[in-house]
Design a protein around this ligand. Structure first.
Ligand SMILES: Cc1ncc(COP(=O)(O)O)c(C=O)c1O
Length: 410
């Protein structure tokens, strides 16, 4: 039967008029090839169903938030219980304190916690706290890193003043000399250095942080009395329930967390140490929905389930199985892949594919065969995928066959 996305297309047309230019932001499938559904009707575990009824094994996981599996029973039960008691009320529920205490217990760097909704809230608050605590302005960030949509870091310049980025100096990720130069350029105005645990940007292979680079950043911040800020938004909980650099023994002063905290229920957080407590206390941060109890209850249940169900090693082993299976299939069909990043946040690019033609064509076939991959963005493995990989690879083989027909032997 032909693969057709009629209902999806009809909705896309309505969206073109209902929104300024259709579905926007990272969820827009306009940048993806034709076979990708824009609209999702249902999700469970590691799978999605589009509005036209097709099933997809989903390796985007809502671009990160789905860590345990969609509709995880324990998280959904906690959400239902909390909903019956109240969500957005005049004052927080006790679960807010319980969650903050849990995050302090898990984070070796953490003496306190603050909650917000999106990763951008959390990264921007980290900068505010670093500046409030140090009384300085300059923040160093790695060239090309995504830290969110706020004016100081947005990829876009539309509607943003130059002044919004006036106190930002960039350096090259994993390059100690470049970082040292940026610190020298900041002089005595260095408020903080913000880094992601790995360099996981689109279109280029991911770089896993070099331990000596992370240690150098820590040492430079200590020398200068500046904040080491870890933007853990994309990685949160896929490597550690504390912060990702806990696994390499480098503790930040401030950590921005997000995406996975509530297994899809909207929540982000800043955790920090006592050196930055007064700066955090003085900084004004709030939002109408930042105290919603359902997300806190979801997050507590998510942490419990990650521990009880050994979600982190399961994601790792599913990710490894996917990586090895992809490599074997590619080899068998005469293609070479460059696989990069940690296995639970994989990115694969085809070698000798400067314009991504193979990657795009391959993913377009894979999605038609029922596997939702991304040609240029890192993907995400969730714990529920551990029973999906064999089937996913089976479906993916069809995409290699089609690629071979189109491109011959790689
Ligand atoms: C590293 C990093 N920081 C910050 C953000 C912003 O998070 P949000 O989209 O929740 O605002 C993202 C989102 O992808 C991210 O990957």
């Amino acid at each position: 039967m032909a693969y057709t996305l009629d209902k999806d297309k009809a909705l896309r047309m309505r969206a073109e008029s209902a929104f300024p230019a259709g579905i926007y932001g990272h969820m827009s499938t306009k940048v993806l090839p034709d076979n990708y559904p824009q609209f999702i009707a249902q999700a469970e575990g590691g799978r999605l169903w589009g509005v036209d009824g097709y099933e997809y094994i989903d390796f985007l996981c809502a671009y990160g938030p789905n860590i345990l599996g969609y509709k995880h029973p324990k998280v959904e039960a906690a959400v239902r219980r909390q909903m019956e008691q109240g969500d957005c009320t005049t004052g927080p529920s006790p679960v807010m304190v319980e969650l903050a205490e849990k995050m302090i217990e898990k984070g070796e760097h953490a003496d306190w916690s603050l909650f917000c909704k999106n990763g951008s809230d959390a990264t921007t608050i980290c900068l505010m706290i670093a500046r409030a605590q140090t009384g300085r302005n300059t923040i160093l960030m790695a060239e090309g890193t995504y830290h969110g949509v706020d004016p100081w870091c947005s990829w876009s310049k539309v509607g943003i003043t130059e002044g919004a980025r006036a106190n930002i100096i960039t350096f090259t990720y994993n390059d100690v000399t470049s970082l040292e130069q940026a610190v020298a350029d900041a002089g005595d105005d260095l408020a903080g250095i913000i880094l992601t645990p790995n360099m996981h940007e689109v279109l280029v292979p991911q770089q896993i942080v070099k331990q000596e680079f992370a240690q150098k950043a820590r040492q430079l911040c200590d020398d200068k009395g500046a904040a080491l800020i870890l933007d853990d938004v994309r990685c949160s909980y896929r490597f550690s329930l504390g912060c990702t650099w806990q696994t390499i023994g480098v503790l930040p002063d401030l950590c921005a967390m997000g995406k996975t905290l509530g297994n899809g229920y909207a929540l982000s957080a800043v955790t920090g140490n006592n050196k930055f407590r007064s700066g955090a206390a003085e900084s004004f941060t709030t939002g109408s929905y930042w105290f919603s109890s359902v997300a806190f209850a979801a997050s507590l249940a998510t942490i419990e389930a990650i521990e009880e169900e050994e979600a982190i090693p399961r994601m790792e082993s599913a990710g490894r199985q996917l990586r090895e299976g992809l490599a074997d299939l590619a080899h068998g069909y005469g293609f070479a892949l460059e696989q990069s990043g940690p296995v639970q946040m994989p990115l694969f690019l085809f070698k000798d594919d400067p314009e991504f033609a193979k990657g795009i064509s391959f993913c377009n076939e894979a999605v038609k065969n029922g596997v939702y991959l991304h040609p240029v963005h890192n993907m995400f493995v969730c714990a529920a995928h551990d029973t999906d990989i064999v089937e996913a690879l089976d479906r993916i083989e069809g995409a290699f066959k089609a690629l071979k027909r189109e491109f011959g032997d790689g």
